[in-house]
Structure formats: C-alpha cells, structure tokens
Design a protein around this ligand. Sequence first.
Ligand SMILES: [Zn+2]
Ligand SMILES: [Zn+2]
Length: 318
Amino acid sequence: MSNTATQYSRASELGLGQAKEDLPVRVPTSRRVTNLFAVLIPFAAVVLAIVWSWGHGINLAGLAVLCGMIVITGYGITIGYHRLFTHRSFQTYSMVQFFLAVCGSMAVEGPLMRWVATHRKHHQCSDVPGDPHSPHLHDSNGLRGLVVGLWHAHAGWLLDRCEPNMARYAGDLRKSRMLRLVSRLFPLWVLIGLTLPMAAGGLITGTWGGAALGLLWGGLVRIFLVHHITWSINSICHCFGRQPFNCKDESRNNVVMGVLAFGEGWHNNHHAFPSSARHGLAWWQFDSSYLIIRLMEKLRLAWNLRLPTDDMIELARR
Ligand SMILES: [Zn+2]
Ligand SMILES: [Zn+2]
C-alpha cells in the first residue's frame, strides 16, 4: 500500500488522537444474553411473518411501513453511526447529529458509543488479533473454516466475553453531553423504533390488526433485515469480492452488498480511505448513502465532506 493510503488510515483518522490504554472490557453475561435474544427474536418474527402472510402475501400497508423503517434506521447506521460518528467524514448541526444518532439507535445494533468503539477497533486491527469480528482469526481450515469464520464475523462476535475499551475508542464522542445522553437512552429509542411502525400500521389501516402487522413487519422483520445486511459487511465483505486497494487486510468490494447496504459494500475502498464520506469511489459504484450526504450538503445540512483526491486514489491502487 502506498504511503498516502497508510497515512489516510492511521489511528488519528479514526478519532484515536487522545489514546487511552487499550484494555478490553469484560461484557456482563446479562448483555450477552440480551444480544442473543436480539438475534433470535427478529428471526422468530420473520418465521411468523412468513407463516402469517403465506398464500395472501404481505399487504401494502405492511410493505410501506417496512420500507419506511428500513430507510430511516438503515441510513441512521450508514450515514449516522458509521460515516458521521465513527469516521467523522462530514460535519453537521447538533440537531442533525441527534436525529441521525436516534435513527441509528432504532436499528437495535447497540448504543452509539459501543458501536463506534467496536467499529474503530475493527479498522485499527483489521483481520489481525484484536479485530472484534474478523472471519479469518480461527484455527479451522477449508469449508468448515469458511463457515466458522463467516458465522463469527456475522453474529457470533456478539456473544464474545470482551469488548473494546470505550474510553479509548470513543473518547471524543463522550465529550458531547448530547451524544452521551442519546447513547444512554438506547432502550428508549429501541422502544420508539417498535412503536412508530405499530402506530403507522394502525393509522394507515384504522385497525388493531394493522397495528400488529406494522409492529411485525416495520418493527421486528425490519430489525432482522437491517441487522443481517449490516453484519454481512463484516462477514461477506471480508471474504468475497475484489480488492483494488492493498489495505493489508481482507476487506473487499462486493457489488451486491454495495447496493443492498446503501453503499457500505464498497468495503475495500472504505478500508483504503476510512474517513471518506464516499465509499463508492468509481462512477458505477452506487453509493446511496453518499448521494444523501451530497443532498444534505446542497441543503446546507452537511459541510466539510472528506474525500480522497484522484491522486490519492491512484497512488493507493495495487
Ligand atoms: Zn471491515
Ligand atoms: Zn468504517
């Protein structure tokens, strides 16, 4: 990898300027059990939704609430949790920060500070010991090794006994009283994220059955879909795809995940230029999160977008 790319992805780019000691923190058993239920309950809901809609399909109200909630919480993760808070790839007003942090929280992927700390550690130790969710740090080989690795990177890591030290990896965010509050109120945002689709389903159809469908599709099925699309970046995008940049890790650009994960699947690009607001660096690499950030810039809701220059991109190519 070129010097330019090395400098671009150095620790200070990841918000680790004021580094504290890198001591992992033990995860309480209660949280590991909660994480397990957060994986299993949406899965059970998907089975219920399939059984419920078998033969007559999902009704339009359920589909509309599902899509609306995927957009709100999915971009809350990609634009908010990831590009804004983890990598500081653009700047925006406090109110917009608050809105994006709440939208990301409703995706039920953990409180803001913990998500940011885990993801920054992933960038700091990509696919080497210390990476919280690499698919490549195990002893198995062959097909079994691939399955074991994919499972750990996808959801198995949620049951790990240790997590990154938040004082070290999210120290900058913890200086903001508002962000500390949003992070602490995580259970409230989860509850609102379930109540909103339930209310929408009830209002659209005017029935309690519609409210139940809204909760099922816009709440639980939506959580399942956004979870697994996000986790596929950790698993699929570190195993399958192209590597135009030599990042000294296993990150890959995956076309399917590029589209499905709102631009996050251009993951090798992202590891080469972590703080870039744009992950789809070529014209054909569709990156809907970046398009929204550009729209926010046009509306003067975002500024100081960080982007690599053409020279930096060319220098960093293999
Ligand atoms: Zn990665
Ligand atoms: Zn990242």
